[in-house]
Design a binder for this molecule. Structure first.
Ligand SMILES: Nc1ncnc2c1ncn2[C@@H]1O[C@H](COP(=O)(O)OP(=O)(O)OP(=O)(O)O)[C@@H](O)[C@H]1O
Length: 452
C-alpha cells in the first residue's frame, strides 16, 4: 500500500527516446519503482513492441532523430486505445504541449526532469488506470443487477469446493470448473479472480457456444483490418483485453476443434496471432474454463482434444448441484427474496412453511439460477407478506398437472415445458436440437433463460 492507501500497481511502460542515456536513466528509475520497462529508440521499434505487448504507459521523446514523436502518439493510441502516453522533450513549448494533448497525450514533461517528477507522473497514471478498471467492474455489476454472491455454505461438499477455490486463487494455475448449468460456475470464476493477485486487472468472459467458430476466434484472438468482410479496423480481442487478468471460457466443451488448437498454444507457449495477422503476440492471463459437459466422452468422440483437456485440468473444482446441498436452499432463497423484494419495492418478508417445504423437496434441475428465477417471479406474484406455494409455480414430480396446448398460459410457458420434456427424453444436445429444429446456440440461450 502507498501513503494514499491504494495498492501499488506495477505498470508495463514503453520508453521511446533516441538518447541512450535517457533510456537507461528512465529504465533504472522506473524499475526501481517496481514497473516493467521496454526502451526503444525509434517509432518503428515502438510500434512493433506495442503490437506485441499491452503497455499501460508510453513515455515519448518529441524528437526521435529525424522522426516526429507527435506522429507516434497518434499511431500508438490507435494500436493501444487504453494506453496513456506522456511527452518528454528538451524543446518544450506551449504549442507542442497543446498539440500533444490534442493527440491524446496524458501529460507533458520538459527535459531535464527529476526522478520525483517521473514518479509523480507514473503515480497519476496508476490512479487513473485503477479508477478506469473500477468503473468497468462497477458497470458490469450494474448491468447484471444481481444479488450479491453468497460464498458461505452449510454443506460439507460445497464448503470443500469453496475452500479449494480460495486456496488455488492465489496461484497461477489454470482451473477447470465443473458443475451442472446454473450451479454458479461463472460467479465462482469471478470470485477466484477477485481473490487472486490479478484482482486489479481485468476479468472477461467468453461463452463458447454463443458464437460461430469464426466469430469466436476473432472474439478471443482479435483480428487485423481486412482479415474478413466487415473487419474495418484492427481489433484486439478478449485475450488482449484481459491482459494481466483472468479470462473465463464458459462451456469450454463447445469450443470448436479449430479454436482448441490455438487455445492450446496460448496455454503452452503464451503466444498467439490475431486473425489475419502475422505478428506473434504474448498473452499474460490466467484462464479459467467452465463446463457442464462430460469432457471425457467428448474426448472419446474426438470432439475435444486430450492435450487441451490436460492443460486445462490442472486444478479441477466441482460445484455440487443444489439438490446435493439442501442445507443451502433456504438461506439462499431468503437472501434472494430480500434482494428482489427490495429491488421491486415490495414488502415480502419470507416464505410460508408450506412454501419452504416445497423449496426443499423440489429437485432444482436448473440449480441456483432456477431458484433465483423462481424467487424473483414469486416476489412479483405475491400479494401478501409471505410467499406461498401458489406463487412459487414449481412442479413437484409426476403428480403435477401438465400443460396442454391451448391452455390459458403464455407461449413462453409452453416453450419452456416443451424444451424440458424434449431434453429429458433425448440422449444428447445434438438430438434435442434436431427434434426442436433449433440450432445449438438458440437452444443454449433458451436453456439459460429458463434455467434448464
Ligand atoms: N452462491 C451464489 N449466491 C448468489 N447467487 C448465485 C450463487 N450461485 C449462483 N448464483 C446465481 O445463479 C445464477 C447462475 O449462476 P452462474 O451463471 O454462475 O452459473 P453457471 O454454472 O455458470 O451456469 P451455466 O453453466 O449455465 O453458464 C446467476 O444468476 C448467479 O448470480
Amino acid at each position: 500500500m502507498d501513503e494514499t492507501g491504494s495498492e501499488q500497481t506495477s505498470l508495463l511502460i514503453l520508453v521511446v527516446d533516441d538518447e541512450p542515456n535517457i533510456r537507461k536513466t528512465l529504465t533504472i528509475s522506473l524499475e526501481a519503482e517496481g514497473h516493467r520497462v521496454a526502451a526503444v529508440s525509434n517509432s518503428r521499434d515502438a510500434l512493433m513492441e506495442a503490437r506485441r505487448r499491452h503497455f499501460d504507459l508510453a513515455l515519448i521523446d518529441l524528437r526521435l532523430g529525424a522522426e516526429s514523436g507527435m506522429e507516434l502518439i497518434t499511431a500508438l493510441h490507435a494500436s493501444c486505445p487504453w494506453m496513456k502516453s506522456a511527452v518528454i522533450t528538451a524543446y518544450a513549448s506551449i504549442d507542442s504541449a497543446v498539440e500533444a494533448m490534442r493527440r491524446g497525450a496524458f501529460d507533458y514533461l520538459p527535459k531535464p526532469f527529476t526522478h520525483d517528477q517521473v514518479a509523480l507522473l507514473v503515480r497519476k497514471v496508476v490512479e487513473v488506470r485503477t479508477l478506469e478498471q473500477k468503473i468497468e467492474a462497477l458497470q458490469e455489476v450494474l448491468r447484471q443487477a444481481a444479488p450479491e454472491a453468497d460464498f458461505t455454505s452449510g454443506s460439507p461438499s460445497m464448503q470443500h469446493t469453496l475452500a479449494m477455490a480460495r486456496q488455488v486463487a492465489a496461484s497461477e494455475a489454470t482451473i477447470l470448473l465443473r458443475g451442472e448449468s446454473g450451479t454458479g460456475k461463472t460467479i465462482l470464476a469471478r470470485a477466484i479472480h477477485t481473490w487472486s493477485p490479478r484482482a486489479s486487472k481485468p476479468f472477461g468472459t467468453v461463452s463458447c457456444p454463443s458464437l460461430s467458430a469464426e466469430l469466436l476466434e476473432s472474439e478471443l484472438f482479435g483480428h487485423v483490418k481486412g482479415a474478413f468482410t466487415g473487419a474495418v479496423r484492427d481489433t484486439p480481442g478478449r485475450i488482449a483485453a484481459c491482459e494481466g487478468g483472468t479470462l473465463l471460457l464458459d462451456e469450454i466443451g463447445d469450443l470448436p476443434l479449430s479454436v482448441q488448437a490455438k487455445l492450446l498454444r496460448v496455454l503452452q507457449e503464451k503466444t498467439y496471432e490475431r486473425v489475419g495477422g502475422l505478428e506473434t503476440r504474448k498473452a499474460d492471463l490466467r484462464i479459467i474454463a467452465a463446463t457442464n459437459m462430460d469432457l471425457e466422452s467428448a474426448m472419446k468422440a474426438g470432439r475435444f482434444r486430450e492435450d487441451l483437456f490436460y492443460r486445462l485440468d490442472v486444478v479441477e473444482i466441482n460445484i455440487p448441484p443444489l439438490r446435493e446441498r439442501r442445507e443451502d436452499i433456504l438461506p439462499l432463497a431468503e437472501r434472494l427474496l430480500a434482494f428482489f423484494a427490495g429491488q421491486n419495492h415490495r414488502r415480502v418478508l419470507g416464505f410460508t412453511e408450506e412454501a419452504g417445504e416445497v423449496l426443499l423437496r423440489y429437485r432444482w434441475p436448473g440449480n441456483v439460477r432456477e431458484l433465483r428465477n423462481a424467487v424473483e417471479r414469486a416476489v412479483l406474484l405475491c400479494n401478501g407478506e409471505r410467499v406461498g406455494v401458489e406463487c412459487l409455480q414449481l412442479r413437484l414430480g409426476p403428480g403435477e398437472p401438465s400443460l396442454s396446448l391451448g391452455d390459458l398460459v403464455s407461449l413462453e410457458r409452453i416453450e419452456e415445458a416443451h424444451i424440458r420434456r424434449v431434453l429429458a427424453v433425448t440422449k444428447s444436445i445434438e438430438e434435442a436440437c434436431r427434434v426442436l429444429d433449433m440450432d445449438s446456440v438458440t437452444l443454449w440461450r433458451r436453456r439459460k433463460k429458463y434455467g434448464i
